[in-house]
Design a protein around this ligand. Structure first.
Ligand code: GKR
Ligand code: MG
Length: 440
């Protein structure tokens, strides 16, 4: 193999808008359409590698700088590929981050307002973009060598990856006319949540269930988990209000559900509050909000704030760095699960490939994928018994559906700008102009 065939020839960036149902969270409601970004890294050998990440304006802007700088660099050098490039764009990104925070004052300066992934920083934003390029480089390298991505990460330790059903309180339709529709109907009480879980179990075979909390009063969310425990005795159950509760409320919920919860995810906001909750309950606490960077690990682990960290290759900076996080968790006896945000099949393939290589992945991974009615890969992945098979095909093992990509890009081009940045609070205010995020 001639080394120059592995040099990047061209990078194509395609921002898209994908249909998203009206799922409720502490920040508001999902918009009718959510931005994602598809990255294609083309090698001089003509091989195309795929990556996917958040598609909001600041991510796109950062991706454009990276895309310009990559041609001529080898896809094999994922450890050093991005450093000089990212330094060059750091200033621009820092400005964009403070700008985004300022546009959403109720979220607080520097707080991630739409993705609920903890504090928003320039470094994290940059890593979220780099991750899509890293994935695309690994996909291109794997396709060139005829090896799956998991082989490039040291090899799989399992043939299937287990996912959990991601349950949401939700409306039947988006407010106003014209948004996308689905046939799930509303779920705003325990019976609605159980019906949703039954459909997830019937259709996909999921055994483990996570309910997005921070939407209704905590007693009503406790009742929903109790109803799930009754409907699915012995199944792993999780509740995640994205830091919406005080320490006292978190402890009351933990007491009420201690006999049925697999874990309680981000009941309170920040390491100090999480440590206080952890000290007062035997229920394991998990997070994708107070441990989202390597810098946040020492304090959180030293204070015993969390027993499980949810990894996410997007904001941890790629598949290699996800494995570094896993090694740290293993060293400190902290469990590992996997976080998700609205995503398509390229990300799902990357999640599955890296999950297959993590011996310490002790919990079923989150995924929003069953909520998505559109995709840019073909054929669409199918969950059986709550699991996805780990592909041994070269690269990520997915094929781009170019007509679908073009259609979703056209939607992005035709948008008047309102959907290009995900803003769950603005979407909620379309229904209730006075609405403000609540805390209990
Ligand atoms: O999709 O509404 C949502 C979730 O709340 C998402 O934004 C979170 O990042 O799924 C995530 C979580 O586990 O916190
Ligand atoms: Mg969470």
């Amino acid at each position: 193999m001639e080394a120059k065939l592995l040099l990047v020839d061209e990078v194509r960036l395609t921002p898209i808008l994908i249909s998203d149902p009206p799922l409720l969270n502490v920040q508001g409601v999902h918009q009718p359409f959510t931005p994602r970004l598809v990255v294609e890294v083309v090698t001089r050998g003509g091989v195309v590698g795929l990556g996917e990440t958040y598609g909001d304006g600041v991510y796109l802007e950062t991706a454009r700088s990276l895309a310009e700088a990559l041609p001529g660099r080898p896809v094999t050098h994922v450890n050093s590929l991005f450093e000089p490039v990212t330094k060059a764009v750091a200033g621009a990104v820092a400005g964009a981050v403070s700008g985004a925070g300022a546009a959403r004052p109720e979220a607080g300066a520097g707080v991630d307002a739409s993705g609920l992934r903890g504090v928003r920083t320039a470094a994290k934003l940059r890593l979220s973009v780099v991750s899509a390029f890293e994935t695309a480089c690994l996909d291109a390298l794997g396709k060139t060598l005829g090896l799956p991505v998991h082989a490039l990460l040291g090899g799989k330790v399992r043939d299937e990856v287990e996912y959990s059903a991601y349950l949401f309180h939700r409306w039947a339709a988006h407010p106003g006319a014209g948004g996308p529709a689905d046939d799930w109907g509303a779920a705003l009480d325990p019976a609605g949540v159980v019906a949703q879980a039954r459909r997830f179990a019937r259709t996909y075979g999921f055994r483990s269930f996570k309910l997005k909390g921070g939407v209704l009063d905590p007693e009503r969310e406790v009742a929903a988990i109790r109803a799930l425990a009754e409907a699915f005795p012995g199944h792993p159950l999780r509740l995640d209000p994205n830091g919406a509760w005080s320490v006292a409320t978190s402890l009351a919920v933990a007491r009420a559900l201690e006999d049925v919860l697999e874990y309680l995810e981000d009941p309170a906001s920040g390491t100090a509050a999480m440590a206080e909750v952890a000290a007062g309950t035997g229920v394991p606490l998990a997070t994708n909000m107070c441990v989202t960077t390597f810098e946040e690990i020492p304090e959180a682990f030293a204070r015993g704030a969390v027993r499980i960290v949810l990894c996410d290759h997007h904001y941890w900076g790629g598949l290699h760095r996800t494995r570094e996080l896993a090694a740290l968790c293993r060293t400190y006896g902290v469990g590992l699960s996997m976080h998700s945000n609205t995503h398509l099949g390229i990300s799902l393939a990357a999640m599955t490939q890296v999950a297959a290589t993590l011996p310490g992945l002790t919990h079923a991974s989150d995924t929003h994928y069953p909520w998505q009615t559109e995709d840019v890969v073909t054929p669409r992945p199918v969950f059986r018994d709550g699991r996805l098979p780990v592909s041994d095909a070269p690269g990520l093992g997915v094929e781009l559906d170019r007509p679908a990509l073009e259609a979703l890009h056209r939607r992005w081009l035709d948008d008047d700008g309102r959907m290009r940045d995900r803003d769950d609070t603005a979407a909620m205010r379309a229904a209730d102009p006075e609405w403000r995020p609540r805390r209990w």
